[in-house]
Design a protein around this ligand. Structure first.
Ligand code: FAD
Length: 440
């Protein structure tokens, strides 16, 4: 309590944390939202930054700007490193101080996930994942730099691995990235190079699963695969990747030489389960009650990607809608508890459907028994994504950019930035450090 007013601490300003904070906007409480990044990020469009369609500023907004009208809410830039469940406080590392205790009456943990290389952490150095804006810009640098280096490289035998792009993981992110790289090449890069033919670039999408977009129906999955193949993407399924190194990928006994491998496969939850010392599922996500609280701690809530909750016998998926709806629910529940009102009924996720975009003007959509693919699905995808951007200025900016790119093929940003700190890719050597250096 601060001056007799309850203190709600929210860790994470992603989809779940931000929705909680907004739902508490009129609650008679002090709200503190702590995030290690100063911005809320619209992750579903990260692949568009990585493929030059949008700029970083079009999919991220400063959290304190989004919450500027909420006078009961303080935003702190800091990284939570752990908590003391008995003393009811979290420990925060800031720019100049470490382990600063911040006490709470209610705690909401919405810290999301990070990449998982399924026990092969050595892949990380050669196959970056896509989770933050820094990741997206680093991948953009790497893709654009590969074309620049191929244009400058006199020896044509070095072009092949420079211009081979491998994506590991054929879920929505891998499929969307593969389609977007194909469109970038066809619509924007095709006519700009003189010594290389960008359309000769190879895009390979790998997965051990038997089909792309495994969470979609078989028909939509097949439609997405056909569309990718029409765009020139090689789809290779049914084999796990055995090795990733500076020279490419080993899959199903075959080596694919490539200087640009991107990891779009697994994710692992944040260490919230370890901080709390409570039961987790096999993936490490915290098992929560139907009111989203942690067993034996009705004052602590875990929501979004880092939480595990079953509904109708199946675990809820790690998608933005689950995090948003859980954030709103948690805010409402805390508001009612503070106002000594009856608690709302247990949380229930309302599944509005799944969408994935595959190249220009084509998406697959399934929603509550209805499914479609093609241009209409793409329009629906565009409308929904615009609606969920955090601020109206971003909606206008992205809408205009998409329209312009659709008509002209011109991209949001094709700049290679931070490259003065990176080594160029050296064909045939252990040199794929462009990304790792750029992303530091
Ligand atoms: C590339 C990509 C594409 C995606 N596409 C889609 C899509 O098309 N549709 C869809 O529904 N979902 C999509 N998702 C998933 C969706 O983004 C997540 O389900 C959603 O972001 C989960 O929300 P969250 O609040 O749990 O976590 P996040 O939104 O990830 O937020 C977590 C926040 O916590 C902060 N944080 C983490 N640890 C700490 C700490 N220790 N201290 C302080 N702050 C911390 C982070 O900085 C971040 O701001 C995609 C995800 C990715 C990565």
């Amino acid at each position: 309590m601060r001056g007799g007013i309850p203190h709600v601490v929210i860790v994470g300003g992603g989809f779940g944390g931000l929705a909680t904070a907004k739902a508490l906007g009129k609650t008679p409480a002090h709200i503190t939202l702590i995030d290690r990044s100063n911005h809320h990020l619209f992750q579903p469009l990260l692949y568009q930054v990585a493929t030059s369609a949008l700029t970083p500023g079009q999919i991220g907004s400063p959290i304190r700007n989004i919450l500027r009208k909420q006078s009961n809410t303080t935003v702190i830039l800091g990284e939570v490193s752990g908590l003391d469940i008995e003393k009811k406080c979290v420990f925060v590392n800031g720019a100049d101080r470490s382990g600063v205790p911040v006490s709470y009456d209610f705690l909401v943990l919405a810290t999301g996930v990070t990449h998982s290389y399924f026990g092969h952490d050595e892949f990380a150095a050669h196959a970056p994942g896509l989770k933050t804006l820094a990741d997206a810009v680093a991948i953009r640098n790497k893709i654009l730099q590969a074309f620049e280096q191929a244009e400058a490289e006199e020896n044509p035998s070095h072009h092949r691995d420079l211009l081979t792009f491998v994506l590991v993981g054929a879920g929505p992110t891998g499929v969307e990235m593969a389609g977007a790289i194909a469109v970038l090449i066809r619509n924007s890069l095709k006519s700009e190079f003189r010594r290389i033919d960008p359309t000769a670039a190879r895009i390979v999408l790998l997965d051990m699963a038997p089909r792309v977009l495994g969470t979609f129906s078989e028909e939509l999955s097949a439609a997405a695969r056909r569309r990718l193949e029409n765009l020139g993407v090689e789809v290779r399924l049914g084999h796990a990747v055995d090795q990733i190194d500076a020279d490419g990928v080993l899959v199903g006994g075959e080596r694919i030489s490539s200087k640009t491998v991107i990891w779009t496969a697994g994710v692992a939850p944040s260490p919230v389960g370890k901080w709390l010392g409570v039961a987790t599922d096999r993936a490490g996500r915290v098992r929560i009650h139907p009111d989203l609280s942690v067993p034996d701690h009705p004052e602590i809530f875990v929501i979004g990607d880092t939480a595990s909750l079953d509904q109708d016998g199946r675990p809820l998926p790690g998608v933005a809608q689950v995090a948003i709806q859980q954030g709103r629910y948690t805010g409402k529940l805390i508001h009612r508890r503070i106002g000594r009102q009856p608690a709302p009924p247990p949380f229930r996720y309302f599944d509005k459907g799944n969408m994935a975009v595959v190249g220009k003007g084509f998406a697959v959509l399934q929603s509550r028994g209805f499914q479609t693919s093609g241009f209409v699905a793409w329009l629906a995808w565009a409308g929904v994504h615009l609606q969920f951007l955090a601020q109206s200025s971003l909606r206008v900016s992205v809408f205009v950019q998409w329209g312009w790119t659709y008509l002209t093929g011109q991209r949001g940003s094709r700049l290679i930035v931070n490259h003065h700190g990176s080594d160029p890719i050296k064909p045939g050597s252990e040199s794929s450090s462009v990304l790792s250096t750029a992303s530091k």
